[in-house]
Ligand binder design. Structure first.
Ligand code: PEP
Length: 257
């Protein structure tokens, strides 16, 4: 089966419930004619129910930005995969902001990934290097380590439910974007890494997203690269028109993914 581009919006800590409803209202007419790429929005946890209701007449995919890897219990302030499953099909894990600001370890990220898979949710595993790691020539080691740890214990069957986002930390929210050549080099590396550990039939179902200041102006060049199957988009996903425009650019790209 051929993959579709996945154009995913990570809203981070943005948009109130009212703003979330307004976004979906603006989005709906922009989706005629139909967009072929899969659209995914990950709102904040408090806006998930509103997004779910507003999306009933729109029909894009919804995701969460975080999860706690237990079904229920004494975990104040946390939200379980089971709770999320009522609203979403995807959940981000390992975003660099959570790795850095919330000190999430590779082991904890792997625990979350397994909890999501066990509940039938699709993890979007984010990996990426800092500028210092890139300058020190450690970029391939860093990405390999994050993949190894994040995907520890994942079976071939489970892998086909996983999406991987390469997000160089120096490009997130900075306006700096990886060049298409750099992004492609990393995506090809991740693809090769996966093929060494998993069956090709499973690897071929995994979408590899690029994230880091992806916007209307650079979408065509980035998404045209052979191993890039979509984008994880922060800033440019907050406005329905730029979000949909990026999906339409993806739709116009002639390549087998
Ligand atoms: C992100 O939030 O994962 C991201 C890539 O943000 P931005 O597009 O704003 O760089």
């Amino acid at each position: 089966m051929k993959k579709r581009f996945l154009i995913a919006g990570n809203w981070k800590m943005n948009k109130t419930v009212a703003e979330t409803r307004a976004f979906f209202k603006t989005l709906q007419p922009l989706l005629t004619p139909t967009v072929r790429s899969e659209l995914l929005i990950c709102p904040s946890l408090v806006s998930l129910a509103a997004a779910f209701e507003a999306n009933a007449s729109v029909g894009i995919s919804l995701g969460a930005q975080n999860v706690y890897p237990k079904d229920s219990g004494a975990f104040t302030g946390e939200v379980s995969p089971l709770m999320l499953k009522e609203f979403v099909s995807y959940v981000l894990v390992g975003h660099s902001e959570r790795r850095t600001l919330l000190h999430e370890s590779d082991a904890f990220i792997n625990e979350k990934l397994h909890a999501l898979l066990a509940t039938g949710l699709k993890p979007v595993l984010c990996v990426g290097e800092t500028l210092a790691e890139r300058k020190e020539g450690r970029v391939f080691d860093v990405i390999a380590c994050e993949l190894e740890a994040g995907l520890k214990g994942v079976t071939n069957e489970q892998l086909s439910q996983v999406t991987i986002a390469y997000e160089p930390i120096w490009a997130i929210g900075t306006g700096e974007t990886a060049t298409p050549e750099t992004a492609e080099e990393m995506h090809a590396f991740m693809h090769d890494w996966l093929t060494k550990r998993f069956e090709i039939s499973s690897v071929s179902k995994v979408r590899l997203l690029y994230g880091g200041s992806l916007k209307v102006d650079n979408a065509k060049q980035l998404l045209s690269q052979p191993h890039i199957d979509g984008g994880l988009i922060g800033g440019a996903s907050l406005k329905a028109d730029s979000f949909v425009e990026i999906a339409r650019i993806a739709d116009g790209i002639e390549k087998d993914i």
